[in-house]
Design a binder for this molecule. Structure first.
Ligand SMILES: [Zn+2]
Length: 173
């Protein structure tokens, strides 16, 4: 895959189970972001596959990044580029970290969908589709390069969001 080839190539559909697990990430993103330091060094959690469907269709289909996007890469990208991905909650002013973003490469408009500690969820509309897509792809590509350097198998064992939440609950007690 070329890093900046935004045309969707892979039409494999995720299973219902995979989509439901990704939904758990949407619902629990506040907690998952908050505990990043706890799970980031655990490979099977870092590599949890997310099926975000960050696509835009107009006869052809463009995507911000092809699924699955690894949880660790996605979260790290948000945390390392606050100016691109984080925004104040319209209800309480606390920082919102998105769990998904979609938009149009033609208009450049992106909706950063997120959830706040206070219970608010919705999206912030910003411009800069291309910059966000290339930034996320750079993060994914860094992680892939690192894995190759560590000679880890790309298809190793991975976990699920459900298991991560369970693990956070038990390690927090
Ligand atoms: Zn809030």
């Amino acid at each position: 895959m070329k890093k900046y080839d935004f045309f969707k190539r892979d039409w494999t559909c995720p299973t219902d189970e995979q989509l439901l697990d990704t939904k758990l990430f949407y619902q629990n993103s506040v907690e998952i972001y908050a505990h990043y330091d706890q799970w980031k060094d655990i490979d099977r959690f870092y590599r949890i596959p997310l099926y975000l469907k960050m696509t835009y269709s107009c006869g052809w289909v463009a995507e911000i990044a092809p699924d699955p996007v690894r949880l660790g890469s996605f979260v790290r990208c948000t945390l390392e580029h606050p100016e691109l991905f984080q925004y104040p909650c319209p209800e309480c002013g606390k920082v919102v970290q998105p769990h998904r973003y979609v938009g149009s490469p033609l208009s450049g408009v992106v909706h950063l969908e997120g959830r706040c500690e206070c219970g608010w969820h919705g999206f912030e509309e910003v411009s800069g589709w291309n910059l966000r897509a290339t930034t996320l792809r750079d993060t994914i590509s860094q992680d892939n390069t690192l894995r190759k350097r560590l000679r880890r198998k790309i298809k190793g064992e991975t976990s699920t969001i459900a298991e991560l939440l369970e693990w956070l609950k038990s390690s927090g007690e």
